[in-house]
Write a protein that binds this ligand. Structure first.
Ligand SMILES: [Zn+2]
Length: 274
């Protein structure tokens, strides 16, 4: 009898974790999440989680950002929010598909929400002065990312910025985000950027085999770009996103030698270079 009670209790809690609904409570997946707020904005994953996607909230008020991520009318959400003081809130169970990526692509997969876990980092973003990320917040982001990456066996190359998967629409979490520090803590890919120096390289308006080779290399790394051989707006946007993440000394959408060498080094450091 006791065993049956236990079984039904565990079944009940499993169902409550997986049901859709604004009032359903769930146990946090990250044990240091201090708070669970249940966003109704999620549905079923079509893929298992193999990507970690980082954002900033892009709003002046973190409380307003959290309200919006839980508002059924807004139809957006994320699995986690990390506040400026390092407090971590979970809004959607990791087993569910949160709605944070929008129109996006990586490795030829466009349903980024199905394959990713999304973290919103509280920061007003480029439209509102783009302040530095406070130390306590970065410490919490690193702890959360490490936990997620280890539990889901997420590869370094699949820890990405929203701007990487939506380069024509998004800037977040932006060039101030400390990707090198995350890599040092075992999260995400990084190579020391090749130094910037005079020289033109490739730029918008260019065309030919060198442009096609650049596009093919960006595509091999995962970016949503075709090797057309024409340095068009999409190419400039993807190069800008690459620079924002991996070579932030100059973010101008021009593929100078430093940008190309940094991309080549990243490919060589991953199994995508072969
Ligand atoms: Zn975002």
């Amino acid at each position: 009898m006791w065993k049956r009670v236990q079984e039904s209790a565990s079944l009940w809690s499993f169902e409550s974790i997986n049901q859709v609904g604004p009032m359903q409570k769930f146990a946090p997946d990250f044990r240091f999440a201090r708070q669970v707020r249940c966003s109704p904005n999620h549905d079923e994953r079509m893929l298992s989680a193999d990507m970690l996607l980082l954002h900033y909230t892009g709003m002046t008020s973190t409380a307003d950002a959290i309200e919006r991520l839980c508002d059924p009318e807004a139809k957006v959400s994320s699995h986690y929010v990390v506040e400026e003081d390092g407090n971590v809130l979970q809004l959607v169970p990791e087993s569910r598909r949160a709605w944070h990526a929008g129109l996006s692509s990586w490795d030829g997969v466009s349903d980024t929400n199905s394959r990713s876990i999304g973290i919103e980092i509280a920061n007003p973003g480029h439209s509102y002065g783009y302040p530095d990320f406070p130390e306590a917040q970065i410490v919490a982001v690193i702890a959360l990312c490490r936990d997620i990456v280890e539990r889901h066996c997420i590869r370094a190359e699949c820890v990405l910025a929203h701007s990487d998967v939506a380069p024509q629409r998004k800037l977040d979490p932006g060039e101030k985000f400390p990707w090198a520090r995350l890599h040092g803590a075992g999260v995400g890919a990084w190579v020391t950027p090749s130094p910037t120096r005079p020289g033109t390289g490739l730029a918008p308006g260019d065309g030919g085999p060198d442009v096609a080779e650049l596009q093919a290399a960006l595509r091999r790394y995962g970016y949503g770009i075709e090797a057309s051989g024409v340095y068009d707006d999409v190419t400039a946007a993807v190069v800008t996103a690459f620079q924002r993440h991996f070579r932030a000394a100059c973010i101008d959408g021009r593929a100078d030698r430093s940008t190309i060498e940094t991309l080549q080094a990243l490919l060589a450091a991953s199994d995508r270079g072969r």
